[in-house]
Ligand binder design. Structure first.
Ligand code: NOJ
Length: 577
């Protein structure tokens, strides 16, 4: 198909380097560890690797606090190792996408050290410095320039006692926000991005990129308060920094300055908490020159009440409504990215599947439903093995700053520690961050040393060694799904129609490619989100269809019958007369 972007038929694999493979026995994954495991990716058949940050960092937020954008943290290796990885992936026909974290830096980045050191110097304006609220003293409760709560608990402002001013940090206090209003900041970021592309990487995953524009008053430089959050002294400032006033201008400028005119096959994906379908259409409309695709957050918020620590039951109908809207909204213009998991989300088989008796069946059903949507699927390390959430026993088992801060604040507010831990066991990001389970040996083949976070004890059963040669494994099912996307154009390019929107346990849809050289090609995708047998009302025309993929070894009695957690993909080809 001419003019169709290559990434529509691609599958991306995310590596979280700390937890992937450790080559030197210090308990933390590294680049040479990745180099030693490339056969796994080749066998899986993925097209692109996205690497979470490998840059020098104090690791306050596990590498999303960067102190040098242009080097590799010695914990992970060297620039030479990274060059070797780029070359090795390219040799195997895969591309490499790096994480770009430019909403904020580390507080140890030289830009911030300069900015903090001199309130009147040229670097001050690279970050968001503001005086206390009028009439208040620095450090006085409530004197912060706005009432915004940080994503990692507490105020989004930190006082610098030396100058008596506060700096903004939407995330940890060690992640000061860059001031994108300053053209020098933007120029420096673009130059850094160009250098990485010149070095041979194939694109960027852009961390919270829809937060870089803040609604600053052109009159007096103030930022607005947000509505006060229930049970918190702070407010929700997101209206002032999610999709802020200059966001499209900045992203278009980045596109012009960094990507335009390069003929390489690149990939740009923007991580965008809170993005709406309408905004996503603008961000991913090729005619606007912004991004290839975005990560939206609507589906991963469906099982949350007042925030992520307030889990509530998942309802399949909500998922269908949400995904259905995104599929329709980006049907003609723009493009979806498809994900269940990443380093910030709990493991999907524990979340919306059954990680007990039906672990393999439900993991493969979830994968089938996701990958057969229109969009580019992302596989997070270990997802292809059906890795589960971790049975954390106490607060001492957690490492993630978001989880630890939440626990401290919730317990100090008087919440029952056991109750707080119960929610963390379900929702903490550390569920995704336990080491990849390569084999059944003591540390799962991840390290010869002591892993930085415990290995899931179920690695004795759930591991790559046990799966890669087993045609009935979760790994082999992911492999077949990836092959299907490569080989069946209806998966990559077909139209999407949701079926049975009100059914409580069955997810059903079709993908249709009417103008394929074979004729009118249509796929029917069915997924049973329950441990019960179920019969569904499916058009009789599907009775004679070909079963192209399923997660049971034998055929079902008929097309309308689904066994526990069963997934199937059927194909009908109507040749042209
Ligand atoms: C989103 C990243 O995925 C997450 O891991 C990180 O903590 C925040 N952005 C801040 O960089």
């Amino acid at each position: 198909m001419p003019d169709v972007p290559w990434w529509r038929s691609a599958v991306v694999y995310q590596i979280y380097p700390r937890s992937f493979a450790d080559s030197d026995g210090n308990g933390i994954g590294d680049l040479r560890g990745i180099l030693g495991r490339l056969d796994h990716l080749t066998r899986l058949g993925v097209d692109v690797v996205w690497l979470s940050p490998i840059y020098p960092s104090p690791q306050d937020d596990a590498g999303y606090d960067i102190s040098d954008y242009e080097a590799v943290d010695p914990t992970f290796g060297t620039l030479a190792d990274l060059d070797e990885l780029i070359a090795a992936l390219h040799e195997r026909g895969m591309r490499l996408v790096l994480d770009l974290v430019v909403n904020h830096t580390s507080d140890e980045h030289p830009w911030f050290l300069e900015s903090r050191s001199d309130p009147y110097g040229p670097w001050r304006d690279w970050y968001w410095w503001r005086p206390p609220r009028p009439g208040m003293e620095p450090g006085q409760p409530g004197a912060e320039p706005t009432n915004w709560q940080s994503f990692f608990s507490g105020s989004a402002w930190e006082l610098d006692p030396a100058s008596g001013e506060y700096f903004l940090h939407l995330f940890s206090r060690r992640q000061p926000d860059l001031n994108w209003e300053n053209p020098k900041v933007r120029e420096a970021v673009y130059a850094m991005m160009r250098r990485w592309l010149d070095r041979g990487i194939d694109g960027f995953r852009m961390d919270v990129i829809n937060m870089i524009s803040k609604a600053v008053s052109p009159v007096d430089g103030t930022l607005p308060d947000g509505p006060v959050l229930a049970g918190s002294p702070y407010g929700d400032g997101s209206a002032a920094f999610i999709g802020g006033p200059r966001i499209h201008e900045f992203v278009q400028e980045m596109h012009r300055e960094v990507f335009a005119g390069r003929d390489a096959a690149l990939l740009t994906v923007g991580e965008m908490p809170g993005v709406t379908v309408d905004q996503a259409r603008l961000f991913t409309d090729p005619a606007r020159g912004e991004l290839d695709m975005v990560f939206q957050f609507e589906h991963v918020s469906l099982d949350q009440g007042g925030g992520k620590w307030d889990p509530r039951p998942f309802r399949l109908r909500d998922l269908k409504t949400s995904f259905g809207r995104w599929q329709a909204g980006l049907a003609d213009v723009g493009w979806n990215s498809l994900y269940w998991n990443n380093h910030d989300q709990p493991r999907i088989v524990s979340r919306w599947g059954d990680d007990g008796a039906y672990r393999e069946r439900s993991a493969t059903m979830l994968a089938t439903v996701l990958h057969c949507h229109r969009g580019t699927p992302y596989v997070y390390q270990g997802e292809e093995l059906g890795m589960t959430n971790m049975p954390f026993s106490s607060i001492a088992d957690f490492r993630d700053i978001e989880s630890l801060n939440h626990y401290a604040v919730a317990v100090s507010r008087g919440e029952d520690p056991e109750h707080v831990l119960a929610a963390m066991r379900m929702m903490s990001r550390d569920n995704a961050r336990t080491p990849v389970q390569w084999d059944a040996s003591p540390h799962a083949g991840f390290t010869t040393g002591t892993p930085w976070i415990d290995v899931n004890p179920n690695h004795v059963e759930i591991n790559a060694a046990a799966q890669v040669d087993d045609p009935g494994s979760v790994f082999s099912h992911y492999r077949r799904l990836i092959t299907l996307r490569h080989d069946e154009p209806a998966v990559a390019h077909g139209d999407f129609t949701m079926l049975l929107p009100d059914h409580e346990t069955v997810y059903a849809f079709t993908r249709r490619l009417p103008d394929d050289p074979r004729g009118d090609v249509e796929l029917l995708v069915l997924g049973n989100f329950s441990g019960d047998d179920v019969r569904v009302d499916i058009d009789e025309g599907w009775a004679g269809s070909e079963l192209v993929l399923g997660n049971y070894p034998d055929a079902a009695a008929d097309v309308a019958t689904l066994r526990p957690w069963e997934a199937r993909v059927h194909r009908l080809v109507r040749p042209r007369p």
